[in-house]
Design a protein around this ligand. Structure first.
Ligand SMILES: Nc1ncnc2c1ncn2[C@@H]1O[C@H](COP(=O)(O)OP(=O)(O)OP(=O)(O)O)[C@@H](O)[C@H]1O
Ligand SMILES: [Mg+2]
Length: 504
């Protein structure tokens, strides 16, 4: 059983980047250790080394004081280490149990898979830590939060006593985060050690016993006790400067109505998803959408940007009706930062420069007479990489070589730099560090100041409240209420988001 894990003087060198630079790090059973650091600081690499997925160039790992060497995750799993990656690796068409036992199936007479035993064991594990999911459910029918729990169960089923969670909360709703934290507390009480990577400092303060902070591959701080620490302290440790954690919009909106959406309806699989949604956004205004995930917000963004065809929709920009597929709407000044950036926004095997102009390569500044203007593209890429703090040696590197947060920044940068007339932005700061969050918030407000219309969809209520001028609450596919952002509290929004608001 794992009591203590030590990583000593670990180095990981890529041809042009030293991802981990002489780091020593330890984790103990029954403790929650938060690993912090900017995008590209080396958190994921360090943890992949501990999990046997990446080979260090130097250094040693000790389990309970004994040196070990991991050739693959098979070796680390055998010793009780489990890791849940930021991108799920589940098969949607299989059940919870089938996913969990894959590769380690219990057998009858060493031949047939003993499914009854598997379901029973998995259900027992689910009940023991209050995971509240059904062992026989199909993964495709589960919410994101539930799928995450399946990933954790998968590690526990293999006997994990030290669990590494790489940004487990990035895609969760606030309610799902609470449920995950309850599970983490149960695991901790049963002696499991947990290492959690997160960019949400509030979460670190809520759940962690200890913290370690990486910066540019080096361990720069370790705290055993978070007693008096504040979010500002943590932000400063990570970034090495003061960070403005709450960037907010200022000044009234005086522009005329610019973007109008009328009677937007959508049915999917026979069910109404959007029900007669109408709203408008003025020039220089940010309209935020607040809602519990699954109430139509994602579909609204998809419909307005031409990625899904609505049953009914009238859209006007500056009084003129606009319509078309995603490419045509992009040409008509509708910018879209999609929620699922890795699936919809990036081609990871292409270079960073190519990704930075993806979809915009036909623009005059990138292309003349049908020929790509390499010089302009490269200078645009260089300046954007610098401006957005994308950590890479240069724009010719493949997007696949970037850290998770830096991949996210590419899609955000590409769309914002185009300065669309109307920006539809979903979860703009998911996966990025606090410094980048501050920067992206300033960019969105920059578009507002330039007189553009912004539709902001985010699961982060603080983000919605800080950046928006008005907030529309979506519930069951409808806009149930619209508020002036400075006249509403998080509590009141919460009531409307759960269908409990009333006009009194
Ligand atoms: N396969 C690779 N090839 C080249 N460089 C890599 C590779 N994987 C990671 N890197 C580089 O190593 C550094 C550390 O990356 P890592 O993924 O550990 O960052 P991180 O701290 O997890 O960041 P984030 O918060 O954005 O997820 C980055 O500069 C990254 O570009
Ligand atoms: Mg990472």
């Amino acid at each position: 059983m794992i009591e203590k894990i030590e990583m000593i003087d670990i180095v990981k060198q890529f041809p042009l980047v030293r991802a981990v630079d002489h780091v020593s790090f330890s984790a103990y059973s029954g403790e929650i250790h938060s690993l912090l650091g900017e995008n590209g600081a080396g958190k994921t690499c360090l943890m992949k080394i501990l999990y046997g997925m990446m080979k260090p160039d130097e250094g040693q790992i000790l389990v309970n004081g004994q040196p070990v060497s991991f050739h693959s995750p098979r070796d680390s799993i055998a010793l009780g280490i489990g890791m849940v990656h930021q991108h799920f690796m589940l098969s949607p068409v299989m059940t919870v149990t089938e996913n969990i036992i894959a590769g380690v199936e219990p057998r009858k007479n060493h031949i047939f898979i003993d499914m009854d035993k598997a379901v029973k064991d998995v259900q027992a594990l689910i009940d023991r830590y209050h995971f509240s999911i059904d062992a026989k459910a199909f993964v495709q029918d589960l919410s994101v939060g539930e799928q995450q729990r399946v990933e954790i169960l998968k590690a526990l089923y293999r006997g994990a006593r030290l669990l590494i969670l790489d940004e487990p909360t990035a895609v969760l709703t606030p309610q799902e985060v609470d449920a995950l934290f309850d599970i983490m507390r149960n695991l901790k009480a049963s002696g499991t050690g947990i290492i959690i990577i997160t960019h949400k400092l509030k979460e670190t303060l809520a759940i962690a016993d200890k913290i370690s902070v990486l910066r540019q591959g080096k361990l720069i701080t370790h705290r055993q006790d978070l007693g008096e620490s504040t979010m500002d302290d943590l932000a400063e440790m990570m970034v090495g400067r003061d960070v403005e954690l709450n960037v907010s919009s200022e000044g009234p909106v005086e522009g005329e109505v610019y973007f109008e959406v009328e009677h937007c309806s959508l049915t999917r699989n026979g069910l109404p998803v959007l029900k007669d949604v109408s709203f408008n956004i003025r020039k220089g205004e940010v309209l935020g959408i607040a809602g519990v995930e699954g109430n139509g917000q994602s579909e609204l963004a998809e419909v307005l940007t031409g990625n899904i065809k609505a049953d009914q929709l009238v859209m006007k920009k500056d009084g003129v009706e606009i319509s078309g597929d995603s490419h045509s709407l992009m040409g008509q000044g509708i910018g879209h930062i999609p929620e699922d950036r890795l699936a919809m926004g990036l081609i990871v095997e292409k270079s960073i420069s190519e990704n930075l102009i993806l979809g915009y390569h036909g623009r005059k500044r990138f292309c003349s007479h049908g020929v790509l203007d390499r010089k302009n593209i490269n200078s645009f890429a260089d300046s954007t990489i610098k401006k957005y703090g994308i950590k890479t040696p240069d724009g010719n590197q493949k997007a696949a070589s970037l850290s998770g947060g830096n991949q996210q920044k590419i899609v955000v940068a590409r769309v914002i730099e185009e300065e669309p007339d109307v920006l539809v932005v979903c979860q703009p700061t998911r996966g990025v560090d606090v410094g980048a969050m501050e920067f992206i918030h300033h960019q969105i407000l920059g578009l507002r100041k330039a007189g553009k219309a912004v539709l902001l969809i985010s699961a982060d209520l603080d983000e919605v409240m800080n950046l928006s001028d008005r907030i529309a609450v979506m519930y069951e596919g409808k806009i149930v209420k619209t508020f002036d952002a400075d006249k509403v509290s998080a509590r009141e929004l919460g009531l409307w988001m759960t269908g409990e608001g009333n006009e009194s």
